[in-house]
Design a protein around this ligand. Structure first.
Ligand SMILES: CC(C)(COP(=O)(O)OP(=O)(O)OC[C@H]1O[C@@H](n2cnc3c(N)ncnc32)[C@H](O)[C@@H]1OP(=O)(O)O)[C@@H](O)C(=O)NCCC(=O)NCCS
Length: 179
């Protein structure tokens, strides 16, 4: 498995992978919604506010992790939000997701990102050092329907210094349905 960064005109292939993986795990409606989100993020986010990491095998996308900027009131604090992430159904459970995220977090740290945040399944993300985080430390951009899924991981310092709110996502993620 090879881990790379950037979409390189492969947005349709990446969105299709996300759609298929979420369709298989969550059903067709969720698959369509998350596939559309992946496409919208790649098409509408300014280049400086998005990092897409891929797992590739035999020149095909096997996994994708899409990070976009979570802006807080202090423009010097660099925080990236992971959403969505998917591994092709037939390749799940073989370490691809963990390998892809390790690569992504190392690259983000090297680029000066201070905190990685996600909103997802704590059982998977805890393996990569993510832990539940209080809203006073990382203010959610919208009210959360599943606060136990609001997770963060410091990339440089051992702990996260509280981020001054309000926090704001990129436009494609700024809809109540995602929260
Ligand atoms: C979640 C996902 C990205 C993980 O990728 P993966 O390549 O299957 O993950 P890995 O093989 O590296 O690690 C899986 C480990 O995490 C655990 N795990 C916890 N929650 C999990 C979940 N929702 N899906 C898969 N594994 C999960 C597994 O038990 C496994 O542990 P093990 O190695 O001890 O058996 C992938 O399964 C996927 O795309 N699922 C469907 C889409 C999705 O739910 N994405 C967002 C998750 S919040």
């Amino acid at each position: 498995m090879e881990y790379t960064e950037g979409t390189a005109d492969r947005t349709a292939e990446i969105a299709a992978l996300v759609r298929a993986a979420f369709t298989d795990s969550e059903g067709a409606a969720e698959g369509a919604a998350v596939g559309d989100l992946a496409r919208d993020l790649m098409e509408t986010t300014p280049p400086g506010d998005i990092c897409v990491f891929l797992a590739e095998t035999e020149a095909r996308v096997a996994g994708a992790a899409i990070f976009t900027r979570l802006a807080c009131a202090d423009p010097d604090r660099r925080v990236m939000l992971l959403s969505p992430m998917a591994v092709a159904t037939g390749l799940q459970g073989q370490g691809v997701g963990q390998g892809l995220l390790r690569h992504a977090l190392d690259a983000l740290r090297a680029a000066g990102v201070e905190v990685a945040v996600t909103y997802g399944d704590p059982a998977f993300y805890a393996r990569l050092g993510f832990a539940p985080v209080a809203p006073e430390v990382v203010p959610p951009p919208r009210p959360l329907t599943q606060p136990e899924g609001w997770l963060a991981r410091p990339l440089g310092a051992p702990a996260i210094a509280p981020l001054p709110g309000p926090c704001r996502t990129v436009p494609a993620l700024d809809a109540p349905a995602f929260w």
